[in-house]
Design a protein around this ligand. Sequence first.
Ligand SMILES: Cc1cc2nc3c(=O)[nH]c(=O)nc-3n(C[C@H](O)[C@H](O)[C@H](O)COP(=O)(O)OP(=O)(O)OC[C@H]3O[C@@H](n4cnc5c(N)ncnc54)[C@H](O)[C@@H]3O)c2cc1C
Length: 475
Amino acid sequence: MAENLKPDICVIGGGSGGLSVAAAAAAFGVSCVLIERHKMGGDCLNTGCVPSKALLAAARRAALAQSAAPFGVTASAAVDFATVHQHVRDTIAAIAPTDSVERFTGLGVRVILGSAKFKDRRTVAVGDIEIRARRFVIATGSVPALPPIPGIDSGPTLTNENIFNLTALPQHLIIIGAGPVGLEMAQAFRRLGSEVTVLEAASPLATDDPECAAIVLAALEREGVVIRSGVKVASIKHAGGSVMVTVAGESGEETVAGTHLLVAAGRKPATDGLDLEAAGVRHDASGIAVNRKLKTRNRRIYAIGDVAAGQLQFTHAANYHAGLVIRNALFRLPVRVSNDAVPWVTYTEPELAQAGLTESQARARGHKNIRILRWPYHDNDRAQAERETHGHIKVVTDKKGKILGATIVGAEAGELIATWILAISQELNIRALTGVVLPYPTLSEVGKRAAIDFFVPSLTRPFVRRIIALLRIFG
Ligand SMILES: Cc1cc2nc3c(=O)[nH]c(=O)nc-3n(C[C@H](O)[C@H](O)[C@H](O)COP(=O)(O)OP(=O)(O)OC[C@H]3O[C@@H](n4cnc5c(N)ncnc54)[C@H](O)[C@@H]3O)c2cc1C
C-alpha cells in the first residue's frame, strides 16, 4: 500500500553508521525512518569486523596450542573447519539482536526493508513508500573493489562478502592485497592450516608506520605466510578447482597456483541505485563529497561512514560521524570532522595499533624537532612471562613533549592504545604518562617507560639523572 512518511530524519543504510544515527535519534525522541536493503548490521556485523575477528580468535586458539611447548605444556591443534565456521556464525548470531529490526522498532524507529532511491532533493522512495524528511543521512557503506585484472571473473572469487561462508578449509589461499583485511585473513587461514600467498602491488600495510608494520610482516612470515610485495597481478585463470595467478615483478613474470582466490584490494562506495543526481548530491569513484560537517552539496543530506569520500573506513569512524551528524542536525551545534581523531588497529598477532599521527605524518605536517620515544616489549617483565616479546611502542612528541601520536605493535596493542587515544585527545604532555602508578607486571608499563625516556637525553645534571634512574627502577 502506498504510504507517505514525514520523519525528522531518514537514514539510508542499517550498518555501523546508520544504526548509530537511528539509535541516537530515537533516544532524543526524534522521529526517524531507517532503510536497509540487505542485512541489518551492515558490513561490520555480517561480512566484516565481527566474522573476521571471530575467525582470528579461532586461529589464535590453534596457534596457542602449537606454541605451548616452551611453557611445558604439550598440546596438539586439530582444526575442524566446519566448527570454526559455526563459531563465526554463532558470534554473528549473538550480536545480531542488538542491530535487529525488532530492537530498532522497539526503540521507536520505523524500519523499512528495501532499496532506497532519491526521487528529488527531499524525497526518497522505497517501493511505493515515499519519505519526505527534514534531514537525510546516507550511510550505505562500501563494497569490495575488484581490480580490472584479465580473468578475474573467469571463476569463483572470494571477497569479504563470501569468504565467511566457506565450510571447508582452502588448501592454498592466494590473497590479492596486503592491507589490514588481506593480512588478517592471511594469518587466520594460515594458522588454521591453509597455505597462504599474499600478493601486493605496493607496500603491505602502507598506511601504517613502516618500522612497526615490518614487525607484523616478519611475524606472519615466521608463521609461513608468503608475502610478495611490489608484484603486479597480470592475469588470473581458473581451471579444474585451481586458480593460477600470473604476477609481474622485477624478475619477470611467474605464475602462482592455488586453490582459492581472495581479493582484498580496496573498497568502492555503495552508491548504486540511490540516484544521487536526483537529489543534487555530488559523488565520484571515491564516494560522496562532504564538507567538514559531513554535509553533501544538498544541505539537507549528510553522508557518513565508508560511503563518504576522504574519510577513514572503520566502524568506529562511522560511529564518530554519526555523533557529529546528530549534534549538527538535531542541536545545530558546530562540528568539524577530523581523521586525526580516528585510531585504527590491525588485529593480526602481533596487533598493530595507531593513535594520532605516525612519524611520517608528523613530519609531513611540518612538525619540527619532533622526538621519537620507543620501548621494546622484550624489556617488559610481563611480556617475558608470556613469551610475547616481539614488538614495541613508538611515541611521537613535539620538542616540548606534547604527544602527537603513538604506534604500538605487539601483544594487546589494540587495548593498550586506549591510554594514548585519551592522552592525544586531551592534548596531554608526555609528562602525564610518567607520573601514573601502573600495576606490575603489565604490558602497559611499556608506554610509561617510553614516556620516561623523553626526559633522558637532554638531562645532564647529576641530581636529575638520579631522579630518572629512580623512575626507571621504581617507575
Ligand atoms: C573483512 C573486514 C574486516 C573489517 N574489520 C574491521 C574492524 O575490525 N574494525 C573496524 O572498525 N572496521 C572494520 N572493517 C570496516 C567496517 O566494516 C566498515 O568501516 C563499516 O562497516 C562501515 O560502516 P557503514 O555504516 O559506513 O557501512 P555498512 O556497515 O556497510 O552499512 C551500509 C548498509 O547500507 C545498506 N545499503 C546500501 N545501499 C543501500 C540502499 N540503496 N538502500 C538501503 N540500504 C542500502 C547496506 O546493505 C548495508 O547494510 C572491516 C571491513 C572488512 C571488509
